[in-house]
Design a binder for this molecule. Structure first.
Ligand SMILES: *Cc1c(COP(=O)(O)O)cnc(C)c1O
Length: 409
């Protein structure tokens, strides 16, 4: 038997059936007309944002990194909840605007922006987080050609990274951002160009569960932003401090203490010199806001035995939930939280069961040797922590089964 991650707080059963977004899973499956299916709990997301606002200092805005989950109804809800969207493509710009987010509250990062994307962003009034000196040249030329005042920030590749983070995106040689040492002259160029100088974007990693690590990184990030602004001799209107708040996916993972993080950030910002009294700060989060609010529901098609092991074959797979199969940024396959949705309260069998997707590849394992009630054809398996990096971060076209349905409840 292998352990599974903790089922997130807020899930319960009624009459033996798992309740998601206030309704039994059979309701959602009937509404979708089919499995596999992602269900997202809108009020869980609301509560998440509210809790974060209470924890964070007033001068820190909350941004949603929409790549975590760009499902249109979810984005529309988020557009009313958060202070800004962080995007990373022209496609995401269109989605963010369609969801009703004002362009002035959108910022666009990403190491490879083409001219059409830069033009669309500048013309809309979104902020570009520039990732190279050459990208600054291109943005200034495009702004001049289009007759717009560009809103420009610089993404900095910091000299540190977020300790214990699942995916390192800063520190040392990186394709993201501009090395800190090269930043001050570019700030001066932006200011001299007459463009609107919007400050820094400094993102040092993802999926951290240690509040000490996040606090240390935020302290380093604020200090770096101040040092770079000082070196450049420029004001600092805005600074995006990155995010990196993780959620518990695996056995032994504990939730991040956001109250401790917010308190420490408040102290850091209170110590800033008076010149930074008007600087606005932002944190940009994806999975922390939406990950635990999503459940992936997939139905059992077959149960079979091979050399004494039980394999449960479901109608979903890694083409919708690549991360649960251990093939999205993790080194070792560990089990996501999982349950039998239609028999949630039943005791586990003493026989381990391995849940595999329907794809013809040995990497399509959703849970490895888990303790669950004995599964049978027609049962519904729930995989938790499916609200982020599921539907759009999985190869839905692989093997021709197509995408899963999605519902915001
Ligand atoms: C992916 C990404 C995020 C969101 O990361 P999460 O781990 O989902 O919070 C935020 N900012 C940037 C720059 C990113 O690339």
């Amino acid at each position: 038997m292998k352990p599974t991650g903790p089922i997130p707080a807020g899930y319960a059963a009624e009459g033996g059936e798992l309740i998601v977004a206030g309704r039994p899973v059979s309701h959602w499956i009937a509404e979708a007309g089919t499995t596999p299916l992602f269900v997202y709990d809108g009020s869980m997301i609301d509560a998440r944002v509210e809790g974060l606002r209470r924890a964070m200092p007033d001068r820190v805005s909350i941004h949603y990194a929409i790549k975590a989950n760009p499902f249109a109804p979810l984005l529309q809800r988020m557009a009313r909840l958060v202070d800004g969207f962080d995007i990373a493509s022209g496609g995401e710009l269109a989605m963010a605007m369609a969801a009703g987010m004002e362009p002035a509250r959108i910022s666009f990062a990403g190491p490879g922006k083409d001219d059409a994307e830069i033009e669309a962003a500048l013309a809309s009034g979104a902020t570009l987080n520039l990732e190279s000196a050459r990208e600054l040249d291109r943005a200034l030329a495009i702004a001049e050609r289009c007759g717009v005042t560009p809103r420009l920030a610089l993404r900095v590749n910091p000299d540190f990274d977020l300790k214990g983070s699942g995916m390192k995106m800063g520190g040392g040689a990186k394709p993201f951002g501009i090395d800190a040492a090269a930043v001050p002259p570019l700030v001066r160029r932006i200011v001299a160009s007459g463009g609107e100088w919007r400050g820094f974007h400094i993102f040092a990693g993802s999926q951290a569960l240690s509040s000490d690590a996040v606090i240390e990184t935020q302290g380093q990030t604020v200090a770096l932003a101040v040092r770079l602004a000082e070196d450049a001799g420029a004001a600092l209107p805005h600074c995006n401090l990155g995010g990196g708040f993780g959620i518990p996916y695996f056995p032994g993972d504990e939730p991040l203490d956001i109250v401790a993080v917010g308190a420490a950030l408040g102290e850091t910002l209170d110590r800033l010199p008076p010149a930074y009294a008007d600087t606005r700060f932002a944190i940009e989060l994806g999975r922390w806001l939406v990950g635990e609010a999503g459940v992936y529901l997939t139905r059992v098609l077959d149960v079979k035995e091979s050399h004494g092991e039980v394999f449960v074959v479901v109608d979903g797979g890694l083409h919708h939930q690549l991360a649960a199969s251990g093939n999205f940024g993790t080194v070792v396959k560990r089990n996501y939280p999982v349950a039998v949705a239609n028999r949630f309260d039943e005791a586990a069998w003493d026989q381990p069961q391995t849940i595999v997707g329907r794809l013809c590849t040995p990497i399509d394992r959703l849970s490895d040797k888990v303790a669950l009630p004995p599964l049978a054809e027609g049962d519904v398996v729930a995989i938790f922590c499916a609200g982020a990096y599921g539907a759009t971060a999985s190869p839905a076209m692989f093997l021709g089964h197509g995408p899963a349905r999605e519902i915001l409840g």
